[in-house]
Design a protein around this ligand. Sequence first.
Ligand code: F6R
Length: 590
Amino acid sequence: MCGIFGYVGSRNNAGQLVVKGLKNLEYRGYDSWGVACKVGDAVLVEKDIGKISAVNESEFAHDCGMAISHTRWATHGGVTAMNAHPHLNEAGTIAVVHNGIIENFQSLRNELKEKGYTFKSETDTEVIPYIIEEEMKTTPDFASAVRKACAKFDGRYGILAFHTESNTLVATRTGSPLIVGVGEDGYFIASDIPAFMEHTKTVQYLDDGEMLVTDGKSILFTDLETGEEHPKREIEITWSVEEAQKGEYAHFMLKEIMEQKDSIARAVNQDDDQIKVIADAIKNAQGTFLVGSGTAHKACMAAEYFFSVIAKHHVNVTSGGEFKVHHHFLKPESLMIVVSQSGETADTLEAMKVAKSKGAKVLAIVNAEGSTIDREADYTLLINAGPERAVASTKALTGQMAVLMMIAHAMNDKLHEGKTLLLNTVSSINDMLNPRYIDFLEEVAQEIQHHEDLYIIGKSWNYPIALESAIKIQEVSYIHAEGFAASELKHGPIALIEEGTPCIALLGNDEVTPDIISNTIELKARGAQTIAIAPENNEAFDTWIKVPDVGVAQAIVNVIPIQVLAYFLAVKRGKDPDMPRNLAKSVTVK
Ligand code: F6R
């Protein structure tokens, strides 16, 4: 939610540099954008609504060694150029970009108004430069004034700021991620690594409750409250620039779907001993809680079935934002498994903090190495899917499910069999994702693209996949899609079925298959156009999308044609699947 990128150093094209890097953060928000360049003793601000990708870097060719920039996902205040960041104080000497929410902004705004300040925007952010200005009246040192200002802010945020009379860039963090790229000729500070990956792969993480100050030659990390110095490690990242680019594909979403041929195998490639230790930890825990949000939550729901069927072990599954009310069940002997692609999701992080406050251990299954969840968990298993840039999560989900399924097998002393099954599944996916198959899915999308309602049913582990399918179709194509447990149909939702309503049934080749075939027949009897994703055909299906029969790994396979279908539905309806409206990758606000 919102991308921040700033640079300070010996280069003299900071404006162009940050605009270029910001384009790689567009997935974090694309309502509007803005840049502030320090040119001499003045600040030049440019901001507008729309996407940063449409902006020409050459327009920022100022002689400038320090600049900050922002791509916005609106929270407070509509999508207008005035609400876009950076925000300045009235004198135009302090420039600020901000990610997150200043929860007490209304009371701060009222206090400032009483002091005679006027506000140009409706944002919570605008109070930041004004409060810093207020603090500078008694604390002229800019960084110290920022520290004092932050003591007045409630909420979770990441802030990047500079003053025209100082050559330092100041960043603070109490929740929203900020990562430093350590270059030979300066420091890059961004919400995420792709912003500066072409310049450096050496990073340092700003942690919650910390502040950094840099003049481009050196950098100082301190405790935001006390000012005490915090030593920092430099970490080398392993992602390549190519991995984070679209390459031959029209969209990141399709690229990332196709990458599942490899990414699932990378997720499965975990250390056996570590998986066994985790399996034992789950067996010995007094209550295991699986927590994720959105698509990651659906991975947890699928895992509930894996643990039940494969490991015969009960786990509790909750979505991140709902966990807080269940804290009574946590003990120091409990285990929380948090699942997240970005490792930055505020709802999931909140659940994790609750677990830690209760003394429970936390295992993280994440994609983004070095993310907050990765760093704050007691143990982490990285799924190694590589950068996921499309807003819709695809390859992260199958990696998460693969890891969870492997753990379920390990709990039943069948780790080797589990790994073999998953690797065979990867090779079946490789065969499945051939050009003819993709063309066929495009034809199915072509046929149903004009429908405004679409329903998906599944049973057992295909039930969470039905829910996930609905998320995927909704978020990129804006079709009203809903997923149901197949058996629930006749308890209400079947009333929605009209002549021609497309209904997708997800099947495996297992004990629940006859039930879901019956449910599909019931739908067909009410006029539904039935589309089945199944290993075998049946006369109940108007359209059959064939998938390999992979036994207990069927959920991992069945979601993939749905991802492709969702992608084509978006494209055919003229929507940008990589940047759906109202959404952004990394939901760092609650
Ligand atoms: C949907 C989607 C979201 C995320 C959710 C959690 O396609 O991407 O529902 O799954 O916001 O994000 P992470 O996995 O980063 O915690």
